[in-house]
Design a protein around this ligand. Structure first.
Ligand code: PHE
Length: 471
C-alpha cells in the first residue's frame, strides 16, 4: 500500500507542523512585496477581484490536488509524479511535470533571494534610524541609490542564499518548524500595527477605495513608471494573466513546493482543512499589506505604479514618522526576511529531495549544489536594477528580472498547475483521490472533483488564450 511506503525523508511532527510549514511557504515576499506593487501597476480593485477569484476557483482546489498527490507519492515531486502515473496506468513522462517545477523553483529563488536581500539591507537601515523624518522624496532617493550598487545587492543576495541553504541542509524539520511557529504570528501582528498607522496617518479612504473598489475600465490596463518618472499605461490582457500568476505564486503552487511538503504530511491529517487555513492566512496577509501600503502611498503623493520598489519607498515613511518607528521598522524587516526565508526553503526543497533520492547525494551536498546554481542565476537580477537596466539589455521589453519573473510566475506556475489539475482530476482514479482526501463521497468531494476536472483547467486555459490574443 502506498500509505505505508517508507519515505527516506523526515515527516512533519504533527498536523499543525505541516500547516505551519505550508503557511510559511505561502506567506512571503509574494504577499508583502509583490501583491501591493503589481496591484499598483494593474489598476487596483478590479485586479484584486480577479486575483481573489483565481485564488478561490483555481488556487484552493489545486492546492488540495497538490497536497494529495504529494502525500500519496511520498517522494520528491519528480518521482512522485512518475510513480503515481505508473500506478494509475498512465505514462511515466508525467515525471516531466516535476522537472518543470524544479526549473521554476530555481528561477523564482534566483530573484526571490535578491529581493529578500533588499529586506535584509533594510533591517540595518531601519535599525540605524536612517528613515527618521524622511518624506516620500527622501525614501525614494534612498532606495534608488541603494539599487545603484551591484556590489551591495550581491552581498545581501549572497547572505540570504546562505541563510536558505543553511536551513535546507539541516532538513526542513529541524529549525524550520519552530521558527515558523513564532515568526508568522508576529508578522501578522506587525502588519496590523502598520494598518492602524495607515488608518490614522494615511489617506485610508483613498487606499481602501483603490484596493477594494473594482473599476472595471481598468481591468485591462497595465501601467509602469518609466525611468524618466513618467507613467505609461497600455491596454492589454496581461493584468488577468498577472492575477492568475500571482494566485499560484502567493500560494506556492504549480512547482512542487506544496507537493513536497505534502509528501511529509502525516496520513491522518485533513487536506481540505489544511488548505482552508493556508489559503485564508495567505489572503489576509496580502490584504493587510495592501491596506498598510496604499493609504501611505496616497497621503504622500507617491505613485502606486512605482514597481518593485513600492514597499521599500512607502513603509520607511511610516517608520520614520511613527513613535517607536525605529524599533517597529527594524522588527518589520526582520519578520519580512523570515517570511521570505520560510518561502525560499520550499523553493529549493523539490530539487534537493530529488538529488537525495536519485543521485545519492547527501542533503548537505545537494543543498550546496542547488544553492550555488540559484545564486549564480540571481546575479542577472542584481544587475537588472543597475548595469543591465538600460534598453539595450532588454528582451521583449523586459529586464532579466522582469523576464525571469514573467516566465516563472506567469507562465510556468499556471502551466504546472493546469497539469496538476488534469492529473488529479482525469488521470487519477476517483477512488485514489477520494481515499486520500478523506472527505467521503458527499457533496464536498464531488464539488472538489467537478472543479478540479472542469472549472480550474478551463479558467487557466481561458486566461492563457486571452493573453496570447486568441480570444
Ligand atoms: N508563496 C511565496 C510567496 O508568496 C513564494 C513561493 C512561490 C514559494 C512558489 C514557493 C513556491 O512569497
Amino acid at each position: 500500500m502506498l500509505q505505508t511506503r517508507n519515505p527516506i525523508h523526515d515527516q512533519w511532527s504533527s498536523r499543525l507542523a505541516f500547516i505551519m510549514a505550508a503557511v510559511g511557504s505561502a506567506v512571503g515576499l509574494g504577499n508583502v512585496w509583490k501583491f501591493p506593487y503589481i496591484t499598483g501597476e494593474n489598476g487596483g480593485g478590479a485586479f484584486v477581484l480577479v486575483y481573489l477569484i483565481c485564488i478561490a476557483l483555481i488556487g484552493a482546489p489545486i492546492m488540495m490536488a497538490e497536497i494529495l498527490i504529494g502525500r500519496r507519492g511520498r517522494q520528491s515531486p519528480i518521482n512522485t509524479m512518475r510513480t503515481l502515473a505508473i500506478q494509475e496506468g498512465a505514462h511515466p513522462a508525467w515525471g516531466w511535470l516535476g522537472w518543470m517545477g524544479v526549473m521554476a523553483g530555481f528561477l523564482i529563488l534566483s530573484y526571490y533571494s535578491v529581493i529578500a536581500g533588499w529586506s535584509l539591507a533594510y533591517v540595518v537601515k531601519a535599525a540605524g534610524g536612517v528613515f527618521r523624518g524622511a518624506d516620500g522624496a527622501a525614501t525614494g532617493a534612498l532606495f534608488d541609490s541603494f539599487l545603484q550598487s551591484p556590489a551591495s545587492l550581491l552581498l545581501w543576495h549572497t547572505l540570504f542564499m546562505l541563510l536558505t541553504v543553511a536551513v535546507v541542509a539541516r532538513g526542513v524539520r529541524s529549525g524550520l518548524e519552530q521558527a515558523v511557529t513564532v515568526m508568522m504570528p508576529a508578522l501578522f501582528v506587525l502588519l496590523v500595527i502598520l494598518v492602524l498607522y495607515a488608518f490614522y496617518e494615511g489617506d485610508f479612504a483613498r487606499g481602501v477605495d483603490f484596493l477594494l473598489h473594482p473599476d472595471f475600465s481598468k481591468v485591462f490596463q497595465h501601467c509602469e513608471l518609466l525611468d524618466s518618472g513618467e507613467k505609461s499605461c497600455r491596454i492589454t490582457g496581461e493584468p488577468i494573466l498577472i492575477a492568475l500568476g500571482q494566485a499560484f505564486f502567493t500560494l506556492s503552487l504549480g512547482m512542487g513546493a506544496i507537493m513536497v511538503y505534502g509528501s511529509y504530511m502525516p496520513a491522518n491529517a485533513s487536506i481540505a482543512a489544511a488548505t482552508l487555513v493556508i489559503v485564508i492566512s495567505d489572503t489576509i496577509a496580502a490584504l493587510l499589506a495592501g491596506l498598510a501600503i496604499f493609504p501611505i502611498v496616497f497621503a504622500n503623493g507617491l505613485e502606486p505604479a512605482s514597481g518593485p520598489g513600492l514597499i521599500f519607498k512607502t513603509l520607511p515613511i511610516a517608520f520614520g514618522a511613527m513613535p517607536g518607528g525605529q524599533l517597529f521598522g527594524t522588527l518589520f524587516f526582520i519578520l519580512l526576511v523570515f517570511a521570505a526565508w520560510t518561502s525560499a526553503i520550499s523553493l529549493l526543497e523539490p530539487a534537493v529531495a530529488w538529488l537525495v533520492e536519485n543521485r545519492g547525494l547527501s542533503r548537505i551536498g545537494a543543498t550546496a549544489l542547488t544553492g550555488v546554481l540559484a545564486w549564480l542565476l540571481g546575479i542577472g537580477t542584481v544587475l537588472s536594477f543597475n548595469l543591465w537596466s538600460g534598453e539595450s539589455f532588454q528582451l521583449f521589453g523586459k529586464t532579466w528580472f522582469g523576464l525571469v519573473d514573467h516566465l516563472s510566475a506567469n507562465i510556468m506556475l499556471p502551466l504546472g498547475g493546469f497539469c496538476i489539475a488534469i492529473f488529479a482530476g482525469w488521470v487519477m482514479a476517483r477512488e485514489s483521490s477520494r481515499e486520500e482526501l478523506q472527505l467521503g463521497d458527499g457533496v464536498r468531494y464531488r464539488t472538489w472533483r467537478f472543479v478540479i476536472r472542469y472549472v480550474s483547467p478551463a479558467l487557466v486555459l481561458l486566461v492563457f488564450l486571452n493573453t496570447v490574443g486568441l480570444l
